[in-house]
Write a protein that binds this ligand. Structure first.
Ligand code: AMP
Length: 197
């Protein structure tokens, strides 16, 4: 059972690395950004609640986001462990998650911090905007999202750091090198990859 969280500024590559690490450990990736984008694409009720917020780069309410995550974590495949990407994103969500996990006798094993210089994140985001045409990758929205990261998300690393579970990884380099760095840092903490991977 491996319970992980990956944290990093937009453009740090956390989505890509999150999927690779989850595969290596044989656990599902739970990305709140992906859940919200899928809901918008489907035109579901959740989608209509979050569409404008996502497009501005602001955060969806903590209550709604935490409810979505609780429901996802309650599905069978998350019983063996999970990798959270993009949640919790502020200290209130850290408390919501903790309350939920404690209720089932669980806690996070490690928090992967992908560290990438600001200029590099901005360059990668601009490239992704051209390639994928995400509506929240315009220059103005990118600046808003990075400011929110600094103000609201970076402090969660202080909370988890005080518990000694943050694994800081240099996020500059080739995709494969970064994946290998993360896996060896997790293994050094006694977290083992699934035999199936
Ligand atoms: P991401 O792909 O993780 O950057 O998420 C895209 C957008 O979804 C964010 O800019 C927010 O509007 C929303 N979002 C994703 N995760 C959260 C969260 N944990 N709390 C609030 N809003 C979120």
């Amino acid at each position: 059972m491996t319970r992980l969280l990956i944290v990093g500024p937009q453009g740090s590559g956390k989505g890509t690395q999150g999927v690779r690490i989850a595969e290596a450990f044989g656990i599902p990736t739970i990305s709140t950004g992906d859940v919200f984008r899928a809901a918008v694409a489907e035109g579901s009720e959740l989608g209509s609640q979050v569409k404008a917020i996502i497009e501005s780069g602001d955060l969806v309410s903590d209550e709604l986001t935490s409810a979505v995550v609780r429901e996802r974590l309650s599905q069978d495949d998350a019983e063996r462990g999970f990798l959270l990407d993009g949640y919790p994103r502020n200290v209130t969500q850290v408390m919501h998650l903790e309350e939920f996990l404690e209720g089932r006798g669980d806690e996070l094993d490690a928090v992967i911090e992908l560290s990438v210089p600001r200029d590099e994140s901005i360059a990668r985001l601009s490239l992704r905007a051209q390639e994928q045409g995400r509506t929240d990758d315009t220059e103005e929205v990118i600046a808003n999202r990075l400011a929110i990261y600094e103000r609201e998300t970076a402090p969660i690393l202080g909370v988890y750091g005080a518990r000694g579970i943050v694994v800081k990884i240099d996020g500059v380099g080739s995709l494969d090198d970064i994946t290998a760095r993360i896996i060896s840092a997790l293994e050094a903490r006694g977290l083992n990859r699934s035999a199936a991977a």
